[in-house]
Design a protein around this ligand. Structure first.
Ligand code: ADP
Length: 512
């Protein structure tokens, strides 16, 4: 379970990496030490053996026999840490000389103290065996192991008058082995101590470095879904954890903002639905409260209920459309169509309403404007714009619908000669539930147009434009009239599953 904690894992990794490095370094140093000692001993032995052979050859000039020369050379051999043995061609030891090696040096301190095993001396029988196994004329290097580190032996053949002899120069490896053993011991003791210190130090460092994370998670645990106003502490905005806290704070702000938008949207939506429901209920209650009412009174009441429920149904439909669009469940059903025909149809369907309101609609359309789009949604968009133009421009005005073709896009302009939109309202036109002039909007909704006046029409129109990869903008608005321009690219880029969110800022919307 301890490995579930980042701190423990960091400390463990840190110690493990250090362990690998330390052990690797110790091994490399140990091998290097061992090899260098052996190489130095080889060189030393070879030169000592060569010196002895020279000495022996010189002795032979004056001596009567080979053995006299060998004895003389061996007895004069006085190198403290070396021994020399001379064998004849049958492997018999003829002479030996040493500075103490062969007779056995005094036991080292530890042996004297414990009174245990004495310092071993060279086992000449084994050396003889080794000498006999090697070819008489070959120089050879041997290693005679024993419990205390063994001996290095350099074997050189030497030709005297009566035959070939073999000179074995011997050096004890005991001192080197003790040095290596001390090095091994030092590593065995020092490495675990260093690793322990590294582990404790690593754990401490990890705790210190992760302290801001602990503070972050403690503060994050206090942030509840209903109150996202709290923010995470940022100790140092330049380090990684500070940046993480900044990013999380930005995320919290976005979530907070979008939750706030959702709350306002819900409040506006329920407000929008409550009004017609109250009207219908009041109308029905009034009708039921009187004992006898005339058929005309009943008919009037029912008309109010039908009109209001029609308006309610429009709002519910628009809300449903928005909810599906927000959830990315409003797919485009694209098909090949002609924009000029689509616009003509929309103009035709609104002409009766326009005439009733004393408005003239003038279409100026390029022909054969082929396009690949969702017929139903595009009709909804254009009808919304035309309906607004009729609703808000008033009797005697003219609406011009122009379709023009650019190389890669179509541009559709819907211009009316109404009273325009107040400048302060213009930036909020595409927000949900936004109505520039509530009284006028309500009045217009009662005129039989299909807008319903909930302030959702332009938001939906903009969504449809963006879903087609296009744009819907308010090109101009003044007391002389208003112009909306829809720009639609001929090649719809990638399928837009969920176009950009609706701008929604209820603080600016003015539900009636
Ligand atoms: P609504 O359902 O109220 O028509 P819209 O989203 O379609 O909602 O329009 C938002 C507001 O923009 C309207 O309430 C109206 O005040 C204003 N508006 C839209 N089109 C025009 C126009 N052609 N002339 C003047 N005002 C307009």
């Amino acid at each position: 379970m301890i490995f579930q904690s980042v701190r423990a894992r960091l400390a463990l990794w840190h110690t493990a990496v250090l362990a690998v490095l330390l052990i690797g370094f110790a091994l490399a140093a140990y091998i290097f030490l061992d090899r260098t000692t052996a190489a130095r001993a080889d060189e030393y032995l070879a030169s000592a053996a060569a010196g002895f052979v020279t000495e022996l050859t010189a002795e032979r000039i004056d001596a009567n026999s080979d053995s006299a020369a060998i004895d003389a050379a061996a007895s004069e051999f006085r190198v403290r840490d070396l021994g020399v043995l001379i064998f004849d061609h049958e492997g018999r030891r003829i002479a030996a000389g040493s500075g103490g090696l062969l007779s056995g040096p005094p036991p080292p301190v530890r042996h004297r103290q414990t009174g245990a095993e004495p310092e071993p001396v060279l086992d000449t029988a084994r050396l003889r065996e080794a000498v006999m196994q090697s070819a008489p004329t070959n120089e050879r290097k041997l290693m005679l192991p024993d419990a205390e580190g063994g001996y290095w032996v350099s074997l050189i053949p030497v030709q005297l008058r009566n035959g070939v002899y073999r000179v074995a120069m011997v050096q004890s490896r005991h001192a080197e082995e003790e040095t290596l053993e001390a090095a091994r011991l030092a590593c065995i003791i020092a490495i675990p101590i260093m690793l322990l210190a590294a582990g404790v130090g690593g754990s401490f460092l990890a705790k210190r470095s992760l302290a801001p994370v602990a503070a972050l998670s403690e503060r994050a645990a206090r942030i509840s879904a209903t109150d996202l106003s709290e923010r995470l502490p940022v100790r140092n905005p330049r380090d990684e954890l500070g940046q993480l806290a900044v990013v999380l704070n930005e995320l919290l702000s976005r979530v907070d903002h979008s939750l706030e938008q959702q709350r306002r949207f819900m409040a506006d939506a329920s407000h929008e639905l409550r009004t017609p429901v109250s009207i219908m209920r009041a109308e029905a209650e009034v009708s039921l409260s009187a004992d006898a009412r005339t058929p005309t009174e009943y008919r009037d009441s029912l008309r109010v209920i039908v009109d209001t429920s029609a308006r309610l149904s429009v709002v519910v439909n628009e809300l449903f459309f928005l909810a599906r669009a927000d959830a990315g469940q409003q797919p485009l059903r694209r098909s090949a169509l002609y924009l000029d025909e689509l616009l003509s149809d929309c103009v035709r369907s609104l002409r009766a309403l326009a005439e009733r309101s004393g408005v003239i609609i003038l279409p100026v359309l390029d022909e054969d404007a082929s396009f690949n789009g969702d017929d139903g949604m595009l009709r909804r968009l254009v009808t919304n714009l035309l309906d607004n133009a009729v609703k808000y421009s008033g009797s005697g005005s003219t609406i011009t619908v122009t379709l023009s073709e650019a190389p890669d896009a179509y541009s559709i302009s819907i211009r009316d000669s109404g009273a325009g939109i107040p400048p302060e309202a213009q930036p909020h036109l595409f927000e949900r539930f936004f109505r520039a002039d509530v009284a006028r909007s309500r009045a217009a909704s009662g005129s039989g147009s299909m807008g319903g006046g909930a302030g959702l029409g332009l938001a939906i129109a903009q969504w449809v434009a963006e879903a087609h990869g296009g744009r819907l903008t308010l090109a101009s608005s003044s007391p002389a009239g208003t112009e909306f321009v829809l720009w639609l690219p001929r090649d719809i880029p990638a399928p837009v599953e969920s176009p950009s969110e609706f701008p929604y800022d209820s603080a600016r919307s003015t539900p009636g």
